[in-house]
Design a protein around this ligand. Structure first.
Ligand SMILES: NC(=O)c1ccc[n+]([C@@H]2O[C@H](COP(=O)([O-])OP(=O)(O)OC[C@H]3O[C@@H](n4cnc5c(N)ncnc54)[C@H](OP(=O)(O)O)[C@@H]3O)[C@@H](O)[C@H]2O)c1
Length: 323
């Protein structure tokens, strides 16, 4: 495993971190299996874990607390997220700070997350949705300063809505945040336009999330894929999304270098960008942990392949089903 600097915090985080959404109650998620996969990742050098209050209303945070307690001699970086008060993902332009992150509510949720995890502090606290107009209202920042000075967390970040990387640039440039979490993968390359240059200038860390485009870039989906009842992917991979996604993944398969898998190419494409501090694939199977961590050892892709993959950029705008 290779490590990168996490922006101005100067933490050394593993290139492959861990996305813990799938452990919060996706259909089929099993806590024992999840803990095994998490420990397996730790044993191979993974040290950055991303969870949220909303991932099972504390279930995923509890698993992270268990993992930290089981590894007292290791530096594991813990990141969680405060859900918006109006429980609406993604946020919309008209939402106000009073509706989403009023000061007393921020404090309440921070304490609840700490209680779920059974930890005295988190390393990183993130706002689970973000509207860049909120950067102009410093009430959240004052509350963050107060809670940070009480050592309830060390750093603060935002998680940017799907396909809106522009909607966090002001926050980055405000100097008030330490990290952004954004969708960045072979299809969604648009954070490179404005967001990454701003992060580089302000020394803000970048957490690349959804590296497999929720599964498309694993190459395992077909035009007939369905998921068990209640699995959110049934509502995301509606035909208008599933069909073009599978067609695009097929085109990528046709340019795979010999011996490389699509998930490997997907992760190594992201690692080829030095603005990225860590990637947080969702992974519950041990074999997925192994394969994803191996992508860090294999390092960046050759430059000509990166250029070829740049042509697979897919411009998408939020829709009713995109969530
Ligand atoms: N608004 C937000 O802040 C927000 C929104 C979405 C996600 N996130 C964060 O980002 C993380 C990643 O996103 P995600 O989990 O939705 O999507 P993802 O990482 O793009 O895809 C996860 C899926 O890929 C599968 N997978 C993982 N490694 C694989 C491999 N090597 N080969 C084949 N399949 C593989 C996983 O299967 P198994 O689980 O069966 O191993 C899972 O079904 C989340 O866990 C969460 O921490 C944040």
């Amino acid at each position: 495993m290779n490590y990168r600097r996490f922006g101005r915090t100067k933490w050394k985080v593993s290139e492959i971190g861990y996305g813990m959404w799938g452990m919060g109650g996706w259909s089929g998620s099993d806590d024992e299996e999840s803990l095994k996969a998490l420990q397996h990742a730790v044993d191979q050098g993974c040290n950055f874990f991303d969870t949220a209050w909303a991932y099972g209303e504390g279930r995923s945070e509890r698993l992270l607390g268990q993992l930290v307690r089981a590894n007292p001699d290791r530096q594991l970086y813990t990141a969680t997220k405060i859900p918006p008060k109006n429980s609406t993902w993604p946020s919309r332009r008209e939402f106000t700070l009073d509706e989403t992150f009023p000061s007393d509510y921020i404090e309440q949720r921070v304490y609840e997350s700490l209680e779920h995890a059974g930890l005295p502090k988190f390393d990183l606290m993130q706002f689970h949705v973000w509207e860049d107009t909120w950067a102009e209202d410093d009430r959240w920042a004052r509350k963050v300063d107060e809670l940070r000075s009480q050592k309830l967390f060390s750093a603060i970040g935002i998680s940017i809505n799907r396909w809106e990387p522009w909607n966090g640039v002001k926050a980055v440039r405000s100097g008030l945040i330490d990290s952004v979490q954004v969708i960045y993968n072979i299809f969604d390359q648009n954070p490179e336009d404005q967001l990454f240059p701003a992060c580089a200038e302000m020394d803000v860390a970048v957490i690349a999330r959804v590296p497999f485009d929720e599964g498309t870039l694993t190459g395992a989906l077909t035009k007939d894929s369905t998921w068990p009842e209640g699995d959110w992917r049934n509502t995301y991979f509606v035909p208008a999304n599933l069909i073009p996604s599978v067609e695009r993944a097929e085109k990528l398969k046709s340019i795979l270098p010999a011996g490389m898998t699509l998930p490997q190419m997907a992760l190594r494409f992201i690692l080829s960008n030095t603005n990225v501090s860590t990637i947080i694939p969702g992974m519950r199977k041990l074999s997925h942990v192994d394969s994803n961590i191996a992508a860090s050892d294999a390092a960046a892709l050759p430059k000509d392949l990166v250029s070829e993959l740049q042509a697979h950029r897919w411009e998408r705008s939020p829709t009713k089903w995109s969530q």
